[in-house]
Design a protein around this ligand. Structure first.
Ligand code: HEC
Length: 453
């Protein structure tokens, strides 16, 4: 028995050796999987299939550029009433709490389009509330008063800059100094020529699947021609302290993005299906704190969810708005299941909307409303790894992955044109913002090269 088994093992071993030898000698090796290699420039390879999903095999295997980041602008604050909007105030030491964002870029092109892939680490997702309307907290970096409408919070952003027409400033030319050529008089504008700015923004461009397309020249930074993707949600004559103009109308915010994929947008952060905002915040504040029927008795003086009579839902949380439209707040408040029904039933109906204006102000109303862009404002699509249906600000966020897609040529004077780009190189700059729209870190000049087909 023992011998037999040994023999079998010996024969098997010999056979295996034979086949392995055969394989080595006579069968061609399968092609080796491409190993992604770090490159000195951002190299766009020619592709036959558009890589427009984050998990596309092309991005897994593509060569990559590591973009080193440094402080580009820090120490800037917004005007009066705009609060807690400068999460990158101290530059590199503020961004991602000082940890290296490890920026990686990859690129591809086909006969009509350029595809850019950008990945960076930002370990907290700054909820897409850009200058949202809030009866909100003070800003530790500012001395502005609070206690009425304020515009609060910012979002995470990525911006790319390309030379449209020989931009330059006292720092030099774009070809030489990159983005530094678009900084003049302490503003984002060149002294001569023009610069194309592609801005991906969690609050206002990502939800509909575009990047905001902008241009800056000696007269300043403006949006490209056409309908812009987002409009400031404020009463026309107002400022950072006026009042929101619109609120969510309570219907599901379904949207088909330019890549053909449908999404439903979280109403806590994104405003697409809207209706007029009504009610007087100050009157609502009085009703909410009324000695007899005030909601503060259970929902807390500042909406924190703990009052003198008990505990109830915290109104002062952005997520509150995900579930509750104005109509549903009214119907739930008067429902038999609501422990505060007796309180609601004493509120004068003429003040219902004032009270809800205040409750919504505790939770925040998006600072911008979204619109499908048109014309030159609709040139750049985006695809990302961000969940838009229910934005989770509690679970740890690790990495942003974004793809930007644009036609090589658009024919618009406010865009860079990549006309027959094969073999050509284009300088560009890259900036990142963490809960900010002014202070940024990034790289002034990198090179995008289109490899031969
Ligand atoms: C006596 C305590 C009490 C008072 C006063 C009170 N509520 Fe409530 N309320 C509750 C409790 C408890 C809940 C949580 C109910 C649940 O989870 O089902 C709640 C929930 C709600 C909700 C639903 C929020 C959610 O996400 O569950 C709304 C809307 C609401 N209250 C409105 C009001 C308004 C408006 C007033 C003031 C007129 C008010 N409440 C006063 C106890 C109170």
């Amino acid at each position: 028995m023992k011998n037999k088994n040994l023999n079998r093992a010996a024969i098997l071993g010999a056979l295996t050796l034979f086949f392995t030898a055969c394989e080595k000698a006579y069968f061609p090796q399968p092609p080796k999987a491409k190993v992604p290699t770090e490159t000195a420039a951002l190299e766009a390879s020619f592709v036959s299939t558009a890589p427009i999903t984050i998990n596309d095999a092309y991005w897994k295997n593509a060569d990559f550029l590591k973009v080193p980041v440094s402080d580009l602008n820090k120490g800037s604050l917004y005007p009066d009433g705009f609060l807690n909007m400068t999460g990158t105030y101290n530059g590199l030491t503020s961004f991602n709490k000082g940890a290296d964002p490890k920026v990686v870029m990859k690129a591809a092109y086909d006969n009509t389009k350029l595809y850019l892939y950008i990945e960076w680490i930002d370990s907290d997702i700054d909820p897409a509330i850009e200058a949202s309307w809030l009866y909100g907290p003070a800003d530790p970096l500012k001395t502005d008063t609070t206690g009425g409408w304020t515009s609060q919070g910012n979002s995470d952003k990525l911006a790319l800059a390309f030379d449209i027409a020989n931009a330059s400033s006292s720092a030099g030319t774009f070809a030489d100094k990159g983005c530094a050529a678009s900084c003049h008089n302490n503003k984002m504008q060149p002294a001569t020529g023009s610069v194309d700015i592609w801005k991906w923004d969690l609050a206002i461009s990502e939800p509909l699947g575009y990047a905001t397309d902008m241009v800056t020249d000696p007269s300043g930074l403006v949006n490209d021609a056409g309908t812009t993707i987002a409009v400031r949600n404020k009463l026309a004559a107002g400022n950072a302290r006026s009042a929101p103009e619109f609120e969510w109308d309570g219907t599901a915010q379904e949207y088909v993005r330019p890549d053909g994929k449908s999404t439903t947008l979280d109403p806590a952060f994104f405003l697409l299906n809207k209706t007029a905002f009504v009610g007087d915040l100050k009157k609502g504040d009085e009703v909410y704190h009324n000695e007899t029927y005030g909601c503060n008795h259970c929902h807390g003086d500042e909406g924190g969810g703990v009052g003198s009579f008990g505990e109830a839902t915290a109104f002062a949380s952005t997520g509150f708005a995900s579930k509750w439209s104005r109509a549903s707040i009214k119907s739930f408040s008067g429902d038999a299941d609501h422990q505060g029904k007796q309180y609601w039933s004493q509120v004068p109906p003429a003040n219902y909307d004032d009270l809800i204006a205040y409750i919504k102000g505790l939770g925040s109303i998006p600072g911008y409303y979204l619109k499908t862009p048109t014309g030159s404002s609709s040139n750049i699509w985006s695809v990302s790894n961000v969940a838009r249906t229910k934005v989770n600000t509690i679970a740890p966020h690790t990495v942003y992955k974004v793809i930007l897609v644009r036609d090589l040529t658009t024919g618009n004077p406010d865009d860079i044109q990549f006309t027959t780009p094969e073999g050509k190189s284009y300088p560009f700059g890259m900036a990142l913002m963490d809960n900010d729209g002014k202070n940024h870190i990034g790289s002034l000049k990198q090179i995008l090269t289109f490899k031969s087909k």
